[in-house]
Structure formats: C-alpha cells, structure tokens
Design a protein around this ligand. Structure first.
Ligand code: G6P
Length: 482
C-alpha cells in the first residue's frame, strides 16, 4: 500500500474526501490526470503534499478493470493520493442520489423542490462510507490524524472511531449546515448526526452553521450541549467555525506571470471601451446563475446607455451533469443567455460571453486581473473561494467585488458590495454602482479585503484547525486521567 513510503512510526495526517484533488479522465484508452473542480479540491489541493500527508478519495470516474485500477493507483501514489474506486451503481446512488439529491439540496435550502428520498440510495450511502472507512483503516496507525471532509462522508467519523479509537478525527463541512427546521426533515437525520459526532473536532465555515448544527444535535439526540461542547457519555466533541482561506500568494504571483499578463492584455484589448464583469461558478442551482442573468436583463432594460458598454463574461464549470436538476438548469441557462444575447446584441457586441467549460488556472488568473467587476451572487454557499481568488489576484488594489450575503465569505469580505441575490433590482443597481465606483473607493475596499484574504489564508486555516484538534485531544486525555 501507499503507506510503505512512510516510516510506520511517524504520525501522519490522512485527508479523506469524496473527490480527490486530481481527477482521472479517459481519452482514447489512455488515462489522464487533471485538477478537480470545487472549493474543497482547489482550496486544499495546493497544500496537502506538505509533511507527508496522504489524501484518500474517489478519482472521479468508474474504473472496473483490475489492471487499470492498479495502473491508476500507481500514478496517483506518486502524488500521495490513494483512490477509492466506486462502481457505477455507487456513483448513481451514493454520489448522485443521496449526496446530491438529498444532502446538497436540503443543506442549501432547496428541500421541497429538489430533495428526493430513497431507501436504496441511503443504503448505498452507508455502504460507500464503510468503503471509505476500510480504505482509511488500511493505512491508519495509532496516533495518526484523520481529517474527513464534507457532506458525502457524514457517517465516516463514527465508522472510523468505532474501529480505531486510538486516532484523532477531525471533520470539516464545506457546505452550509441548514437550520434545524430543514435538517430534521431528512428521514435519516439522527444517523447522520451520530456519524458526524464520531469526530473529536467538527468545523464549519461560519458561526451560523455551527449554531444550526448545535441546535440540530440538542433537539434530535439525547446528548448534553453546553456552548460549543457536546458531551456524549465519556467523550466530548467540540464544534467551531473555521472560515477557509486560499493560497493567496499563488494567485498574486500567477497574475504577475508573463504569460498571464499577456493573456490579460489581450482580454483588455478585446473589451476595450467596455466594463468587464466576470462570473465563475460550477453549474449549480445554489449559485444563483439564472437570477444573475435576470439582474443583467433588468439593467440593460433600465440603462440603454450601457448597451455595448458592458460585457458579462460568464464561466460555468460543468458539474454533476447526470443529476436531473443540473441538466435542467443547464438548459435554462442556455435559453436565458440566448434570449438576452438575441435581444441586445449588435454586430460587434453581445452582452454575455458564456462558456460552459473549465478553464486552465492561467486563463482564470488573466480574467481575474482584467475584470473590472467580479459578480458572485449565490443563493446559498458554504464559503465561495472564487470571491477570495478575485481579491488575491487584484495586486493593484482596484476592481469591485459584488458578493451575495448568502455566501460564507461575505462574513469576512465585508468591504465588498454586499447584495441579497433574491433582490434582482438590488443586484442590478449594484452592478451600475460597481462600474461607476471611483478608483479611490475601489482601492480603499480592495486593500481591506486583500489584508483579510492574506492574513486568513489556507495555511492559517489548516494550522488553526489542527492546533485546535490537538487541544481537544489533550483535553479528552486529561479528562480520562482525572
Ligand atoms: C463543493 C463541495 C465539494 C465538491 C465540489 C465539486 O465545493 O463542497 O465537496 O467536491 O463542490 O462537486 P463534485 O460533486 O463535482 O465533487
């Protein structure tokens, strides 16, 4: 196994998440590796390799042939990654069916429209969490730290704890924890909470998520909750908020790279005489893409003087496109973009440049540094690292961030232009305000946001989580010896 690289007596950290930071794709019978999408993978992806860490997760594709599995495992081993292979049925039931048709919609407050409860999918969720547990147990030694990530693996902390009480277990959830009124609708709510409570330290992005989790626990389980500490028999579990940061230096440096600067110049040249408004999201109904398009439509209606003077550069990164609601959303975006462009475009100009694909990080960086405005308006978002990436890329302290108050990052980036994404009029007015904002005001806001993003960066995030986990472990030990 992978662990043969490492001396067996050295304690190590094992990161576990559904998706590895690298995804495997197959083209003409050859397997290829490329970076994964999403906040978790991009956020932690740049630092996990430090200190001999290991990362266990799904490589993003069904591979059934044993020889192929072996080959892919060998390639990933070089990157300190250990794959958990999922069958097509597990992908359909555990990943698409339960994780993304129960947990994702309920946790983002899309209960009545999108949640689809199925006993078979729940059973698959349990089995796949056990499969991840088996992979962890194969490589974990006493004294190791296991850091479990996100909603696809809510049962895993308890499964590991039951099998290996001698390891430290941290759990971090990258998406919101909903109000108890939402959470308690899930048929398997108690099992899910008990699963999470297998961890010693539980982290969320914001204080509100912590509050919601604690009230769900105190209402649904027979445990004692005092402030942010939960007592379960002999054990204590601590719940806290740790807002995730990014590798700010990487984005600052990228923007100064020659090839990126050249690409940024080209973009500026292409949109000369216009204000460039950038939006980047994974395809997801929680991101408020359709509502954002509506806001642009209203703006063009109310401000004929801005026709031909602004462009929305909208990148939607393909995601979960086998889940029906995502397919439908994609069609609706296509339609809406078509409508707006059809109505307003001229020979030389169209209001929206729409891309449905993932772009290399250099191109993203060139876009971050050339966009006058970054428009991020999710209906609900755990953190939203794109907002931080934009800020980190603005090394000249200019540009305007418009940010939804429903994104976790709005609690930190308070100098953005904050909007309620449901208020289409307000979003539309915010765009007008952003494109007219004086340079001095842009600078004042951007400097404050940049300080925040660089102080509370990804290194800081990992450190405070790990330090806290160690403290909790020590607290538990001293309780046992008392
Ligand atoms: C969000 C979730 C991650 C997930 C990512 C991409 O950021 O918090 O856990 O990996 O979306 O979604 P996907 O379903 O493609 O892994």
């Amino acid at each position: 196994t992978l662990i043969q690289h490492l001396p067996a007596d050295m304690p190590k950290t094992i990161i576990v998440s559904n998706r590895l930071p690298v995804k495997v794709t197959k083209q003409d019978d050859a397997y290829q590796l490329s970076p994964s999408e999403g906040g978790l993978a991009t956020g932690l992806g740049s630092i996990y390799k430090q200190d001999d860490n290991l990362w266990i997760g799904w490589p993003g594709i069904e591979i059934t042939d044993k020889r192929d599995q072996h080959m892919v495992t060998e390639d990933l081993k070089e990157l300190s990654l250990l794959p958990v292979f999922l069958t097509q049925s597990e992908i359909n039931k555990y990943y698409e069916g339960f994780s993304n048709e129960v947990l994702w919609p309920v946790f983002h407050y899309y209960v009545s429209t999108y949640a689809h409860y199925s006993q078979a999918n729940w059973e698959s969720y349990q089995l796949v969490n056990q499969k991840f547990c088996d992979a962890v147990l194969e490589v974990a030694n006493p004294g190791d730290t296991i850091w479990v990530h996100d909603y696809q693996l809510l049962l895993l902390p308890k499964l590991i704890r039951d099998a290996r009480p001698d390891v430290s277990i941290g759990f971090f959830q990258h998406i919101p924890f909903p109000s108890d009124e939402m959470f308690r609708l899930i048929p398997w709510r108690s099992e899910l909470l008990e699963g999470i409570l297998g961890a010693d330290l539980i982290g969320y992005h914001t204080f509100d998520d912590v509050r919601h989790f604690l009230s769900a626990v105190s209402r649904l389980l027979p445990v004692q909750v005092s402030a942010n500490v939960i007592t379960l028999g002999e054990r204590v579990v601590v719940v806290e908020s740790f807002p995730m940061g990014i590798d700010d230096k990487k984005y600052g440096d990228l923007s100064q790279q020659e090839n990126v600067k050249t690409e940024a110049e080209l973009i500026k040249e292409t949109f000369r005489g216009q204000k460039l408004i950038l939006s980047i999201d994974r395809l997801d109904y929680s991101k408020g893409i359709l509502q954002r398009l509506q806001a642009l439509e209203i703006l063009l209606e109310n401000h004929p003087e801005l026709v031909t003077k602004i462009t929305l550069y909208m990148i939607v990164v393909p995601s979960r496109d086998q889940v029906p609601q995502y397919k439908e959303l994609r069609d609706n975006i296509d339609k809406k973009v078509g409508n707006i462009n059809g109505r307003y475009r001229t020979l030389e100009w169209s209001p929206i440049q729409y891309f449905y694909k993932s772009l290399p990080i250099e191109t993203l960086s060139a876009l971050y540094s050339s966009a006058d405005v970054c428009l991020i308006t999710p209906m609900r978002d755990g953190m939203n690292l794109v907002s931080k990436e934009y800020v980190a890329s603005r090394v000249h302290n200019d540009g305007v961030l418009i940010l939804s108050e429903m994104a976790g990052s709005s609690k930190e980036l308070i100098d953005a232009v904050i909007v309620n994404p449901n208020n289409i009029q307000e979003v539309s007015r915010a765009i007008v305000r952003a494109i007219n904002m004086p340079r001095a005001e842009q600078s004042r806001r951007m400097i404050l946001m940049r300080q925040n993003v660089s102080k509370f960066n990804i290194g800081h995030w990992v450190k405070i989580f790990m330090d806290r986990l160690n403290e909790v472990k020590q607290m538990q030990r001293s309780m046992q010896t008392r």
